[in-house]
Design a protein around this ligand. Structure first.
Ligand code: PEP
Length: 250
């Protein structure tokens, strides 16, 4: 039997509640659930509820937030806590996406607090890690990725590690049309898996690849056994394009 594959859509700052509901309804009308395939949707915070409602009947689809704050409640204007996104229908959240790290200045310490808040609240963190172009060209990819991984996950239990999803997303590949070769991505995935084992993960961790994945390159990427799925931005924004993409691989 082929391995379980995860297809995750990061809509970034696109699709308000009306568009998100229309997307989910159109997608559901064209794509049947499939054995061994798990779908995640990360809409903007204002659209979590509409997306979760529209996908509620699908056993294969889960909705997550793109970001959370680690405090439970209080005077944190503009932020959403884990209980708030959970009430809206989110079952997980992205943490440490490259745009959070590099546009909004999120630190390794921030990602650790967010992962902890999600795990404590019973939600799934999808932890994003990845190196910049300068770091890759300087031969620093592994050092940077493993540092980000350790900073966010050190000290978590085997059960908590087992509930965490990892997305390897080289910064230089996100939204640029450039992507890592399948072999390069697989090499980093192997290092991530080895580090997760050192941190205490029991069994096979789910490690996704992200960075300019599209219908033309997804099959070559998923041909690598190391890849347990994909996290997709631009190519997830159109319901028909996303329907095509999730039909490839597996
Ligand atoms: C992302 O936003 O996580 C991403 C991988 O974007 P894109 O597919 O557009 O590169």
């Amino acid at each position: 039997m082929s391995r379980r594959l995860i297809y995750a859509a990061n809509w970034k700052m696109h699709h308000g509640p009306v568009a998100a509901r229309a997307f989910a309804e159109r997608f559901s009308a064209t794509v049947e659930p499939r054995e061994g395939r798990e779908l995640w949707f990360f809409p903007p915070a204002v659209s979590i509820s509409a997306t979760a409602d529209a996908l509620a009947a699908r056993p294969d689809a889960t909705v997550g937030a793109q970001n959370v704050y680690w405090e439970q409640k209080g005077a944190f204007t503009g932020e959403s806590s884990v209980p708030l996104v959970a009430e809206a229908g989110a079952r997980g959240a992205l943490v440490g996406h490259s745009e959070r790290r590099h546009v909004f200045g999120e630190t390794d310490a921030d990602t650790a607090r967010k992962v902890a808040a999600l795990l404590d609240g019973g939600l799934v963190p999808m932890l994003c890690v990845g190196e910049t172009l300068a770091e890759r060209e300087g031969g620093d990819t592994e050092r940077v990725v493993l540092r980000q991984l350790r900073a966010a996950l050190e000290g978590r239990s085997a059960d908590e590690l087992g509930r965490t999803l990892i997305a390897y997303e080289p910064v230089w590949a996100i939204g640029t049309g450039r992507n890592a070769t399948p072999a390069d991505a697989a090499a980093v995935h192997r290092s991530i898996r080895a580090e997760l084992a050192r941190l205490g993960t029991a069994g096979r961790a789910s490690v996704l690849y992200g960075g300019s994945v599209n219908a033309r390159n997804i099959l070559a990427l998923l041909a690598e056994d190391e890849l347990d799925g994909v996290l997709v931005g631009g190519a997830s924004l159109d319901p028909d394009g996303w329907a095509e993409l999730v039909g490839l691989g597996g």
